[in-house]
Write a protein that binds this ligand. Structure first.
Ligand code: DLL
Length: 437
């Protein structure tokens, strides 16, 4: 097997039968190669396959994949930082991370070919949303280790767009540049896009009068009410973009302008399964469960049966042979996605423990302001000595600052008097999201 070759394409497999049959043949061929590549080059897969009593040769049909072990976030942690790489480190041309692990981030790597694949898939997504060569794309996803900025950037360039790589923040300046450069497309988290709309208002301008026609939004859960709000406030058509660092970044699946609704999943590069999160059993198409993804063409970091923890359903294809996934609104673990940042309760727990003067009891409350999640952290003082109004507001400000610094997200902290926070039987209490309008 020669992994240095260019991307295999569907034309290398005999083009007989329906488009779906052809796709399944391509998937099986690539799946075998990907599993073999992982097994040959990554000690973790050798061990986990052996523990399950399977070898790459056992993969005779796509269904056989169900016999292979899952890969989880904790496997990334156990192999930190580069232990899951399947190529020599020198062939890795870029590193990104996923936020939201406790302590160390999840590290992912790309070969030059992986970057090219990613750009192609992101380019497909931007095109599916209605963008064309020559359009101006304002990218307000964060640049840096987060995959949103650079992933979108390479895709937009690949499509032949003019890219404004502005990243997030300095919203007043962003408004000015949108007014001056007249971009067609905005790529951002839905919460940042709404924030930008407010920044227009603060300048006495209306975002819906701007040049923006199309918005490509993702990295956090959002819903139909947010779509209406985004479309109304920004005067554009809003489309959903899904992805995760472990699998490649943004560009795993996206909505198409022709038929909004489900998100087309690029099945020629990622093989999807939906499982029952409790038993791990593979569910039939149409049933809701946890999305599990297997990369078919990645070189630096092949992922075999990665448990995304995202809950969805596989929907039938619409245009072409690839299936779609339903919009993702929930997860099967306790990770929260607040303004595009992955947040684990255990991260907050560690900060509360180190804050000094606080008891270990806390409660997390996600409030839907508009239909996006905001996070309020309820804590209580350890002793009456810290119960004064001044002491509590000082602790609240300090904890909020530390959460912003170490977790990367703005939260509201409410410090209650000692002994007054309701005791929960478990660890963190995550109150269900409330729709505050
Ligand atoms: O959020 C990649 C991305 C960037 C996607 C820009 C879209 C746009 P991570 O930081 O690894 O990667 O976080 C991945 O975010 O498992 C979901 O829980 C959540 N998520 C991402 N996109 C969506 C979406 C990027 N469209 C985690 N809807 C995923 C709901 C989403 N949740």
């Amino acid at each position: 097997m020669d992994w240095s070759r260019g991307n295999r394409t569907a034309t290398e497999v005999p083009a007989e039968g329906t488009a779906v049959e052809q796709l399944r043949r391509v998937q099986l061929q690539r799946l075998r190669e990907s599993v073999q590549h992982a097994w040959e080059n990554v000690p973790h897969y050798r061990r986990s396959f052996a523990a399950r009593g399977v070898e790459p040769q056992d993969l005779r049909s796509l269904e056989d994949l169900g016999r292979f072990p899952f890969l989880t976030k904790s496997d990334f942690r156990a192999n930190y930082p580069f232990g899951l790489f399947a190529v020599p480190r020198e062939r890795v041309v870029r590193i990104h991370t996923s936020s939201g692990t406790t302590g160390k981030p999840t590290v992912v790597g790309y070969t030059a070919r992986d970057i090219a694949t990613w750009a192609e898939l992101m380019g497909r997504c931007i095109r599916a949303a209605g963008a064309r060569t020559g359009d101006i794309v304002h990218i307000a996803y964060d640049y840096g280790l987060f995959t949103g900025g650079l992933g979108s950037h390479f895709g937009a360039e690949r499509l032949g767009c003019t890219v404004i790589p502005i990243s997030s923040g300095r919203s007043g300046w962003q408004v000015e540049l949108i007014e001056d450069f007249r971009p067609d497309i905005l790529m951002a988290t839905p919460s940042y896009a709404l924030h930008l709309a407010e920044a227009f208002e603060q300048r006495g301008l209306r975002a819906r009068d701007s040049s923006l026609r199309i918005g490509i939004f993702g990295a956090e859960p959002w819903d139909e009410a947010t779509r209406s709000q985004l479309q109304e406030q920004l005067g554009l058509e809003a489309y959903d973009l899904y992805g995760l660092a472990e699998v490649i970044g943004p560009g795993v699946a996206c909505e198409s302008a022709a038929r909004p609704g489900g998100l087309t999943l690029w099945e020629d590069h990622f093989y999807p399964e939906v499982i029952d999160p409790r038993t791990g059993a593979v569910l039939p198409d149409g049933e809701e469960g946890e999305l599990v993804l297997t990369s078919l063409t990645k070189e630096a970091l092949p992922v075999i049966r990665y448990r995304t923890r995202d809950l969805t359903r596989l929907l039938p294809p619409q245009d072409g042979p690839m299936r779609r996934i339903a919009r993702i609104t929930d997860r099967s673990d306790d990770m929260l996605v607040i303004h595009g940042v992955n947040v684990y309760p255990s991260q907050l727990e560690a900060l509360i423990a180190h804050a000094g003067g606080l008891s270990p009891h806390y409660k997390l409350e996600t409030n839907r302001r508009g239909p996006l999640d905001d996070l309020t952290v309820h804590v209580e003082t350890l002793q009456r000595a810290h119960d004064s109004e001044a002491a509590r507001s000082h602790i609240a400000a300090e904890l909020a600052r530390r959460v912003k610094t170490y977790v990367g997200v703005s939260v509201t902290v409410i410090v209650h008097r000692s002994g007054t926070l309701e005791r929960a039987p478990g660890k963190a209490t995550h109150l269900p999201a409330r729709h505050a309008g």
